[in-house]
Design a protein around this ligand. Structure first.
Ligand code: AMP
Length: 307
């Protein structure tokens, strides 16, 4: 490459690992901090919040754009996945990215590629139970590769994919990878639907039904805020919201936010995770629930009266 990146200049797009390394090496030599935001593109405000956080915290912001075939368990999902590289480049630049790494599948998985990274246990649950082991194996392999390619100081992920965050934290700890993970809150549409690249694939009718996911989370959250601690009751509240919208969820689960083991009761911070297929499009969402510190005297009286 002829141009030395200065990182106060316009964003540069690179497609080869050697170019990425060459572009980052002056920054690394100077001891600047490098932030990495892995994405599959079709960028929305959720992705841009990650880029914005990286911009605030790091000297150099690298955004990766790679629709990773290895993590798609359904061919039709991979083929349909929205691809908007030109628009993504403009949005990433406007959000403060310095470098866009947009490799081809051959660059990431060259002939002879034979290694995969697998996190056991955590990947069997929730999304892993529905999508199969290859989904998270694809995610953990590509994330390990992207971390190796860019060697960032900090990597940014969204709470929207809560199980992915848990698995990536485990991977980074277990493999002693020298990177800090930053998790950014889920960005939502004004009506509560979590932003997702797949939302673009929803028909207007399916878009309306997709509100079942945030409605289920809100229903369980409201029960928890009213003092309910039984997982069964909280899950029932979420199921009722799905039924009211005519949506059959893939799962509704209250789990420990570190081990992803089911929680029988809300006695400490827990993760309520939901997934549903809305027409052809699979959506996931989650909420972190806290036990209500003290149930009100009125509710205690109510419970005694019912008992
Ligand atoms: P994806 O392009 O879907 O692989 O997502 C790339 C990153 O953006 C992941 O770390 C996601 O968790 C994160 N992300 C996706 N949607 C949102 C959202 N609505 N709010 C915050 N982060 C998100």
């Amino acid at each position: 490459m002829s141009r030395q990146p200065t990182f106060d200049d316009r964003m540069e797009t690179v497609r080869a690992v050697t170019e990425l390394r060459a572009a980052l090496s002056p920054a690394r030599r100077e001891g600047l901090t490098i932030g990495l935001v892995p994405t599959m593109g079709a960028l929305h405000e959720g992705h841009l919040s990650l880029i914005g956080r990286a911009r605030e915290q790091c000297d150099v912001v690298v955004v990766t754009l790679f629709v990773n075939p290895a993590q798609f368990n359904e061919r039709s999902d991979l083929e349909r996945y929205p691809r908007r590289q030109q628009r993504d480049a403009e949005l990433a630049a406007a959000a403060g990215a310095d470098l866009l790494f947009a490799p081809s599948a051959e660059e990431v998985y060259p002939p002879g590629f034979a290694t995969s990274v697998e996190v056991l246990g955590l990947t069997d649950r929730l999304e892993g139970a529905v999508r199969g082991a290859e989904h998270f194996r694809g995610v953990t392999t590509v994330v390990t590769k992207l971390l190796g390619m860019a060697q960032p100081d900090v990597a940014y992920f969204g709470q929207k994919d809560a199980q992915q965050v848990v698995i990536i934290r485990r991977l980074i700890t277990d493999l002693n990878l020298p990177v800090r993970v930053e998790v950014c809150p889920t960005v939502r549409e004004p009506d509560g639907l979590a932003m997702s690249s797949r939302n673009a694939l929803l028909s207007p009718a399916a878009r309306a039904r997709a509100l079942a996911l945030p409605a289920a989370l809100a229903a369980a959250r409201a029960r928890a805020a009213a003092g309910e601690r039984s997982a069964d009751a909280l899950l029932e509240a979420a199921h009722e919201a799905f039924s009211a919208a005519g949506v059959e969820p893939d799962y509704v689960a209250l789990v420990d936010p570190v081990t992803l083991e089911p929680c029988p009761a809300l006695v400490r911070e827990s993760l309520l995770a939901v997934a549903a297929r809305i027409g052809e499009v699979r959506l996931i969402d989650n909420a972190v629930l806290q036990p209500c510190e003290q149930s009100s005297p009125a509710r205690a009286f109510e419970r005694e009266a019912i008992a």
